[in-house]
Ligand binder design. Structure first.
Ligand SMILES: NC(=O)c1ccc[n+]([C@@H]2O[C@H](COP(=O)([O-])OP(=O)(O)OC[C@H]3O[C@@H](n4cnc5c(N)ncnc54)[C@H](O)[C@@H]3O)[C@@H](O)[C@H]2O)c1
Length: 437
């Protein structure tokens, strides 16, 4: 066994700051309170239900992840957040329409105590939304300082020993990395000069990372995924993760595609379409916001299938992704996939998937896990991109020069091996020759 990494204890309260108190955030907050009160089980969460095998298969050691690590108890999490709407978390959860009123009423007081702080917001970046609860400032630098003041006041008011921030705000318009994002100096100058290449999500990310707070991005927008903020994260020792929570259709895609690839079955086409009627769907109805989403959704198959390594099987693949805003469905999305595959001697076959999913029900445990694992990373002295959390994201952040890993099963192996490494346990290679010596 290697020596374990020094991990500071999870003493005191962990403040979980969520940017955007919409469908995902309110489902996380209401869910954590419901689990605390034993009203419902934390299904889908590795930190709550997951186990990890240690040592050889013959040793029978598979503790719960929560037992192996000193993770904060759900009772020690305090929630806060920002939104452009003034309604408290209870009212916002009712608006989102994900959870039943009966359940929400049982955690009503807990939810009502979470009131959104005024947001950094600009319609230029989310065209379909507008709201009254918005900060005013002379410059983006000034707005970042106001977020920093909010963070510090929250920490003090709730007596938190540690904080973590997750962007659960709307998808901003598609933007590419530019000159202002290259260094901390250029970014800070851009903040002072109101550079249009700095969207609100980047202002929050800057404020959090500057404070040394772990930051995750649940949406596809750039946010912390630029050299300036990665360098800042290294100097302030902030672990960061993103982008875009891997739920719904992309989750299924990264489960099915590695299976087809493992059997070297060819794929000619993958047509994905879905309907959803929540506010996220409304925002994504704007082509500029959809473009950001489309980029993260479409890259997945290229990396899993590796068409350059397998010409003839995957290099002629047509991949189409559509999202249609359809209000009657609310948060209950319906996705259809038609996959045109071919087998031995090139004979064609088809696979049809119809997933009637609940987006925020799939997203909530990811937000909880990401927050708890980022807090663990911070306590273990890890900083910068946490590639081992790729498991949770559609477009995993990665070091320059590396390609992102999208295969869910490789991602899980990476996550669990990182946990083993932190504890000084042997990494599991699945070689297993010793069982047959
Ligand atoms: N629901 C899912 O399963 C899922 C999956 C992957 C990614 N996402 C992404 O997560 C994000 C949240 O999804 P949702 O379903 O909760 O959407 P939502 O529309 O219900 O909630 C987003 C909230 O963010 C607020 N907001 C927007 N800009 C803000 C800003 N600058 N500051 C503070 N608040 C702001 C909005 O007012 C809204 O209340 C979206 O970007 C979505 O694309 C969601």
């Amino acid at each position: 066994m290697k020596p374990p990494v020094d991990i500071a204890p999870a003493d005191g309260k962990l403040g979980m700051l969520l940017v955007g108190l919409g469908a995902v955030s309110t489902t996380v907050i209401a869910g954590v309170h419901a689990v605390r009160k034993k009203l419902a089980p934390p299904v889908g969460s590795l930190t709550e239900l997951g186990t990890i095998r240690l040592g050889k298969r013959t040793e029978g050691r598979s503790p719960r992840i929560r037992e192996l690590f000193d993770l904060p108890s759900l009772d020690d999490i305090v929630f806060g957040g920002w939104d452009i709407f003034e309604e408290d978390c209870y009212a916002a959860a009712r608006t989102a329409g994900v959870l039943e009123h009966d359940l929400l009423d049982q955690v009503r007081l807990d939810l009502e105590s979470v009131k959104p702080m005024p947001a950094v917001f600009d319609r230029q970046y989310v065209k379909r939304l507008d709201g009254p609860n918005v900060k005013k400032g002379k410059s983006k630098k000034d707005l970042a300082e106001q977020v920093t003041a909010d963070i510090r006041a929250f920490k003090q008011r709730h007596n938190c020993s540690r904080l973590v921030m997750v962007w659960c705000g709307s998808t901003e318009i598609y933007m590419k990395e530019g000159a202002v994002h290259q260094s901390i100096e250029s970014l800070e100058k851009g903040l002072e000069q109101n550079d249009p290449a700095i969207p609100p999500s980047m202002v929050y990310a800057y404020a959090a990372i500057k404070e040394g707070i772990p930051y995750a991005n649940g949406a596809p927008n750039l946010s912390a995924d630029v050299p300036a903020l990665m360098n800042l994260a290294a100097s302030t020792k902030s672990p960061i993760a993103g982008k875009d929570l891997k739920t719904g259709q992309t989750l299924i895609k990264t489960i099915i595609a590695p299976g087809l690839k493992a059997r070297l079955l060819g794929v000619k086409g993958w047509y994905s379409t879905n309907i959803l009627g929540n506010r996220d769907g409304e925002v994504l109805d704007d082509p500029d916001s959809f473009k950001a989403k489309e980029e993260t959704k479409k890259s997945v198959l290229d990396y899993i299938f590796q068409p350059k390594l397998y010409p003839g099987l995957y290099d002629d693949l047509t991949h189409v992704v559509r999202i249609n805003y359809y209000p009657p469905r609310g948060d209950n999305k319906e996705g259809w996939d038609n996959i045109d595959i071919f087998g031995w001697l090139g004979y064609p076959m088809q696979l049809k998937i119809n997933f009637l999913c609940r987006d925020s029900i799939l997203a909530a445990p990811i937000v909880l896990d990401t927050a708890l694992f980022l807090d663990l990373a911070k306590r273990a002295g890890m900083s910068g991109i946490q590639e081992w959390l790729s498991f949770y994201f559609k477009s995993p952040m990665h070091a320059p020069g590396l390609y992102p890993e999208h295969d869910l099963f490789i991602q899980l192996m990476k996550l669990k091996n990182t946990l083993r490494y932190l504890k000084g346990e042997e990494l599991i290679t699945h070689l297993g020759l010793e069982y047959y010596d």
